[in-house]
Each structure stands twice: as C-alpha cells, then as structure tokens.
Design a protein around this ligand. Structure first.
Ligand SMILES: Nc1nc2c(c(=O)[nH]1)N[C@H]1C(S)=C(S)[C@@H](COP(=O)(O)O)O[C@H]1N2
Ligand SMILES: [Mo]
Length: 291
C-alpha cells in the first residue's frame, strides 16, 4: 500500500479512537450534546481522510468503520424525531411477537425525516422516472403515466440503519416490476442504481426490485406522500434498510455489475438486509481496526 494510504489509515484510526472516547464520556459530561458534537467533528475529520486511500476496497472498509459511529451518533441526535408527531398517525411501539422486529431496531411512534441535503420542492407535473441502462427500450415516465398503471397497496415496516423502526406503513404506488417490464430488462442486467434528488443513489439487485412489495409510492396511509418523506414519488424497498428506499426518485439504471451508491461508497453494506444486520461493509458486527 502507498505511503499516503498508510498515513491516512493511521490518522483515521487515531480520530476514531478519540471519537469513541469522547462519545463514551458524553453522558457524564455537563453538556452531553456538546460532547457528541465534538465526536461528530472528529468523525467528519476521519471521513475527510478517506480520499487519500488509493485502494477502493480498503477505502470502503475504513469508511464503514467511521459510518457505523456516525449512525450511532445520529440516533442520539434523532431522539426528538422518534416521538409521536402531529402530522402522521402514531405507529405501534410494541409488538406481540418480538420476532417481528429485526435485531438492534427500536420502535418509534413518530416518523423521522432523514436525508442528505434539503427537501426538493417538486411539482407532480415535473416528476419523471427514467428507466435506462441495460434495457431494451429506455423509458421516461411522467408521474401521471405511472399512476395510470395498476396500483398496489402494501403495509410494511420501515427500518433505518440508525436503529429506529416505524411499523405498519401503508404505501400505495405501482410495482417497480411493472415499470421494469415496460422497459424490458436485458438478460445481462443483474443490478440497478436507483437515483433521487438531490444527488442521491443506491444499488439494488434486480431480483429485489422485482419483489411484490417493492413500489414506486405516491401515498402513505392513504394520503399523498409528504414532500419531506419523498413526495411526490419515492421508492419503497421493505426488505432492505431505509437508505435503499430512495426519496424523490428520478432514475432506475440497470447494470451488469454491482455499482455502489451514495452510502455504499461511504461504507454502508451493498445488500442492507435488516434481518441479517447488514448495516455496514465488513458485515455483521465485524469492526476490525483499519490501521
Ligand atoms: N433522495 C434520498 N432518499 C433517501 C435518503 C436521502 O438522503 N436522499 N435517505 C434514506 C434514508 S437513510 C432513510 S432511513 C429513509 C428515510 O425516509 P423518511 O425520511 O421518509 O423517514 O430515506 C432514504 N431515502
Ligand atoms: Mo436511514
């Protein structure tokens, strides 16, 4: 490995260890919030070193080590959003069958709003979904055309990698499968990169996209999807962590290999199955030092 890469890994290791110390000490500080912010600054500094790592695999492993800590800090910061909110139905916070909740998830009554960047204000008339890449016939579908296809309604749980879960979300939309069939997926297409505003993307298996409950949704609990939650149109992939459910979805690009998206480039797992706790790369609880 190159010298810069080695230096970057050593810097990251040092910053991560300091961030862990600061976070551990936070509850006993007079201002726990300030301590957590300090930990976040250290982790941001660690993340800034990633570009210096030449090897893509090594970079993504190091990114994962940082990402799992940022996710934990995010959950602390999200606390107020986990409470019941005025604008949405209160979600159940206990279950009769504990096996219904994937490992490490905590039930929330409210519906947190989580995304990178700010909420794009899209008029329904401006929404287009492009289906492109390894397809026979590229499609550019206005929202009205999608809504003219057969509708499906499913009730599913939403699991965020930062450990909150919202049960019983009722989504209405069109199955992605329906749209893929319009475009005609070529046999060599194994994966897709799904993109959304502003400059967000994620990777998914074609097989997953074809599942019965994978929708392009425009309604939640019978009401139009609020802009903050991805309205007018979002992807919903119930079998994966929430980061795969792209809000303000704009494109599905079929590919003949797995191309990491926004968070996957930053250390999140390529698959992201909550039942297997595939939160970050390097997998299931594995957190080897990078340096
Ligand atoms: N376009 C876009 N979609 C996104 C994200 C994002 O940053 N940008 N964040 C994802 C994450 S991490 C989660 S948990 C869910 C959250 O959806 P919600 O804000 O409706 O709860 O949206 C996902 N979709
Ligand atoms: Mo998330």
């Amino acid at each position: 490995m190159s010298e810069t890469s080695d230096d970057a890994l050593a810097d990251i290791e040092r910053l991560v260890v300091r961030a862990d110390d600061v976070r551990k000490a936070a509850p006993s500080r007079r201002q726990p919030e300030a301590a957590r912010e300090q930990a976040m600054v250290l982790l941001d500094a660690a993340r800034a070193q990633l570009d210096r790592i030449v090897d893509g695999e090594v970079r993504r492993r190091a990114a994962a080590r940082i990402a799992r800590r940022i996710a934990d800090l995010d959950l602390d910061a999200l606390a107020p959003l986990l409470e019941p909110s005025a604008d949405v139905r209160r979600a159940p916070t206990h279950v009769d069958d504990p096996a219904r909740v994937p490992p490490g998830q905590h039930l929330t009554a409210g519906w947190p709003v989580l995304h990178v960047g700010s909420v794009p204000q899209l008029r329904p008339a401006d929404v287009r979904l492009t289906v492109t890449g390894r397809v026979r016939q590229r499609q550019v579908l206005p929202l009205a055309d999608l809504q003219a296809l057969p509708h499906t309604t499913v009730t599913r749980d939403l699991h965020c990698v930062t450990r909150w879960a919202r049960l019983d979300n009722t989504w209405t939309g069109v199955r992605v499968r329906e749209v893929l069939d319009l475009a005609g997926v070529r046999p060599e297409a194994t994966h897709a990169v799904v993109s959304g505003h502003p400059a967000y993307s994620t990777n998914l298996d074609v097989e997953v996209l074809r599942q019965d409950d994978v929708l392009l949704a425009w309604a939640h609990d019978g009401a139009p999807l609020p802009a903050a939650h991805g309205g007018p149109l979002r992807l919903v992939v119930p079998s994966r962590y929430g980061w795969k459910s792209v809000k303000w979805v704009s494109e599905i690009r079929l590919t003949d290999r797995d191309v990491p998206g926004y968070w996957e480039e930053r250390g999140y797992h390529d698959v992201g199955d909550p039942w297997r706790e595939q939160r970050f790369r390097g997998g299931d609880g594995d957190d080897e030092p990078v340096g």
